[in-house]
Write a protein that binds this ligand. Structure first.
Ligand code: CP
Length: 309
């Protein structure tokens, strides 16, 4: 693999290789080992045309803990604000002899465009493109499920919230399906969870009392108001009342079900604060695992296998 653009199209063995390599980097994410020289002498560019806290920071830290040099470029501070195109920006950075790009962009397909343009000359990781894909998020999610709940083949997963606008949900559904998850449910209002999702092999639900019983993983998603047409925007209070993950709703799920959320969280909307901060929540473990997953992805794409303590 030279680029990681989406989960769709990957084989089970590709996912397992990344997840197994992630295990080898966990000690560095957890700082029992400080750094590894895996990517010494390489330069990676974090090229972000959309805001990010978790993805951008963990890619930067991942690259640094692999001993790579990192350039951070955000659209608002780059010459793209003066009309320079994405490909011209990349060509100029390539003239500085960089080795790879981690790209987030509001347009679906931006990372694919970059990968086609660069070919074998540099690695490309899609860090989120529009509503389309967010492969490293799905990888850190399935890593978290596998590590904290057990084999993916034994889980019943309920994804709750704004599924329609969510690249995270699409990527996660693909990853869970490839890894043999027997039951994936999506839950939300009809405007945000349309029946077409059934074509992805998931159960579509509009009633928490039907969707939550037996779920071992409950995955909450925020309302992506920035991507919504105005007629789809529900009232936040009403959304919380009908679908928000409250302690009472979580009690419908399997005992000890894990609660995941990709962040950013809107407390009191898709999820109650007491659930975010409660004993079943693993949202911060997801972030820690994200660092290890991104180290694994960067090292594998650079052609360097895992780390040994
Ligand atoms: N989960 C996620 O992509 O978060 P950020 O937007 O903060 O990177």
């Amino acid at each position: 693999l030279r680029h990681l653009l989406s989960i769709e199209g990957l084989r089970e063995r590709d996912l397992l290789q990344i997840l197994d390599t992630t295990e080898s980097f966990l000690s560095i994410a957890q700082r029992t080992v400080k750094k590894t020289p895996t990517l010494r002498g390489r330069t990676l560019v974090n090229l972000f045309f959309e805001n990010s806290t978790r993805t951008r920071s963990t890619f930067e830290l991942a690259a640094k803990r692999l001993s790579a040099d990192v350039l951070n470029i955000s659209a608002s501070q780059s010459s793209t604000t003066k009309g320079e195109s994405l490909l011209d920006t990349v060509d100029n950075l390539m003239a500085m002899q960089v080795d790879g790009f981690i790209v987030r962009h509001p347009e679906a397909g931006a990372a694919h465009l970059l990968a086609r343009h660069l070919g074998e000359r540099a690695l490309v990781v899609n860090a989120g493109d529009g509503q389309h894909a967010h492969p490293t998020q799905a990888l850190l999610d399935v890593f978290t499920i596998r590590r904290l709940a057990g084999p993916v083949e034994q889980q019943v997963v309920c994804i709750l919230g704004d599924v329609l606008h969510s690249r995270v949900a699409r990527a996660l559904i693909h990853a869970l399906s490839i890894l043999g998850c027997p039951e994936i449910r999506v839950l939300g209002p009809r405007t945000l969870v349309p029946p077409e999702f059934a074509s992805l092999g998931v159960q579509v639900h509009h009633d928490p009392r039907a969707a939550l019983p037996g779920a071992s993983i409950v995955y909450a998603l925020r309302l992506q108001r920035e991507r919504m047409e105005s007629h789809r925007l529900p009232s936040l209070d009403e959304f919380h009342r009908r679908f928000g993950l409250t302690p009472e709703r979580l009690a419908l799920a399997a005992p000890g079900a894990l609660v995941l959320h990709p962040g950013p969280i809107n407390r009191g909307v898709e999820i109650a604060s007491t659930v975010v901060d409660g004993p079943q929540s693993v949202v911060l473990a997801q972030v820690e695992h994200g660092l290890a997953v991104r180290m694994a992805v960067l090292s594998l794409l650079a052609g360097v296998p895992g780390h040994e303590d």
